[in-house]
Design a protein around this ligand. Structure first.
Ligand SMILES: *[C@@H]1O[C@H](CO)[C@@H](O)[C@H](O)[C@H]1NC(C)=O
Ligand SMILES: *[C@@H]1O[C@H](CO)[C@@H](O)[C@H](O)[C@H]1NC(C)=O
Length: 414
């Protein structure tokens, strides 16, 4: 913080323009701009909050203040905070009750869950009397007090780990080609109601600057073969609804095939007129995303594929032109000899970062969490992809931020 902002703080003045961005944000061509028409480049980290406990991960290890401070000190200006539709529609659940229910849902003993809950309260005393939504509020507000914005991401319907083609969260249950493997939990009306609830709630939490309509939409079997008509239909309904409920937030939309494939909008643009000036695209790319055999032997081929499937939306002056957030990418942090990465991850990361440096797009790395309350039936499960170590203290791999190079800086603008 600069001298002037410290002085203003001492004087007790509100300084939202100095600490954070001048809000609300908007989109113009392929850029995200602030209220003063200055470019804002989202440099986000994902923070999972979509799993069985219905609260953001890590509070059994550190306080909300500590984690938010670490995120700010390490130069992120934004968090992509994930939540489930289950949570969105059940905001008044006490955290103590949520941990009991999570034990049942995740197949973990009551004793283990009460131990986790006690650790959460020890590090974050306010949780003792809080609802799960209060915890989301504390996270968003504490981030914003640190100048860090939040993108709320509807990650799954049923609170659980995501994503595969049989977890029931992949495609709208009212869409063409229903199959229970991919859609049994994805109730369309509940999804819309959940988005509306979170949009309404966000109006009281200034740090929420954007809402992502759904993580990793993915068709399976007959779904999507009708030229993705359901994607056009439901995404438009959701965007219209979020914007009507909370007109200030950006609306983030990802393609199908797990947020990798926007090819259909080349020939038929999504009707985004209901949220004009707020539209932003999303793309995901992992080392296992690209479908060529052993692709990272040719970074040129991989980058061409990124452009073909999603990156093309950055081309200016097209019906589909818009800002693009690479809202998930990442690597295992504890792999091997190449500065802590295994060779395949190292080649992948060099390729995706070069692509991002060239196009200067926005991003959110997966993920801050060094561990989970519960994952795959394991209590206090380690996250080898976590930026933070198991105790959520500091970088798991000190070399990682340097590997992102000039992705941290704004290099182009309108
Ligand atoms: C806990 O919350 C309830 C209802 O929100 C309130 O009535 C009560 O005073 C709170 N207790 C404490 C100790 O803060
Ligand atoms: C898919 O996800 C579900 C729910 O998390 C899990 O039960 C199942 O084992 C997963 N399937 C595969 C093939 O990983």
């Amino acid at each position: 913080m600069g001298y002037l902002s410290r002085l203003l703080l001492v004087l007790g003045l509100a300084i939202p323009m100095v600490l954070g961005q001048a809000l609300p944000l908007k989109s113009s061509s392929r850029w995200i701009l602030d209220a003063n028409n200055q470019r804002v480049k989202l440099r986000c980290v994902n923070w999972a909050g979509h799993m069985e406990t219905h609260i953001p991960e890590g509070l059994h290890r550190q306080s909300v203040e500590y984690i938010a401070g670490w995120i700010r000190r390490n130069n992120f200006n934004c968090v992509r905070l994930t939540y489930s539709t289950d949570h969105a529609l059940d905001p008044a659940r006490r955290v103590s009750d949520a941990f009991v229910a999570a034990g049942q849902a995740a197949g973990v003993s009551a004793a283990a869950m009460s131990g986790l809950y006690a650790a959460v309260v020890q590090h974050n005393p306010f949780v003792a009397n809080a609802t799960t939504r209060d915890v989301f509020g504390a996270v968003v507000d504490t981030l914003w007090a640190n100048g860090v914005m939040t993108v709320l991401d509807n990650h799954v319907s049923r609170a659980s780990w995501c994503c595969n083609l049989t977890d029931g969260n992949g495609w709208w249950d009212s869409g063409f080609g229903y199959n229970s493997w991919n859609s049994r939990f994805f109730n369309t009306q509940s999804w819309l109601a959940g988005l509306q609830a979170m949009a309404a709630w966000s109006q009281g939490h200034r740090g929420v600057v954007a809402m992502s309509l759904r993580n990793e939409i993915r068709e399976f079997l007959l779904q999507g073969i009708n030229r993705r008509a359901d994607w056009y239909n439901y995404v438009k309904q959701a965007g219209d609804l979020v914007h009507a409920t909370h007109p200030d937030v950006l609306v983030l939309v990802g393609g199908t095939q797990s947020t990798t494939d926007l090819t259909h909008v080349r020939s038929k643009m999504l009707d985004t007129s209901g949220w004009a000036g707020k539209h932003v695209w999303e793309m995901h790319a992992y080392s296992f995303t690209v479908t060529f055999p052993d692709p990272f032997t040719s970074c040129d081929a991989v980058q061409a594929e990124y452009g073909l499937f999603a990156g093309f939306v950055l081309e200016q002056g097209k019906p589909y032109t818009g800002p693009l957030v690479l809202s998930e990418f990442g690597v295992g942090m504890t792999g091997g000899s190449e500065r802590g990465l295994v060779p395949k991850d190292s080649r992948y990361l060099a390729c995706i970062t070069a692509y991002m440096q060239n196009n200067d797009a926005d991003w959110a790395v997966w993920a801050v969490q060094g561990s989970y309350y519960v994952r795959d039936g394991n209590v206090d499960a380690d996250e080898g992809w976590g930026l933070l170590d198991h105790e959520w203290r500091d970088w798991r791999n000190q070399a990682f931020p340097g590997m992102l190079g000039s992705m941290w800086t704004v290099n182009q603008g309108p």
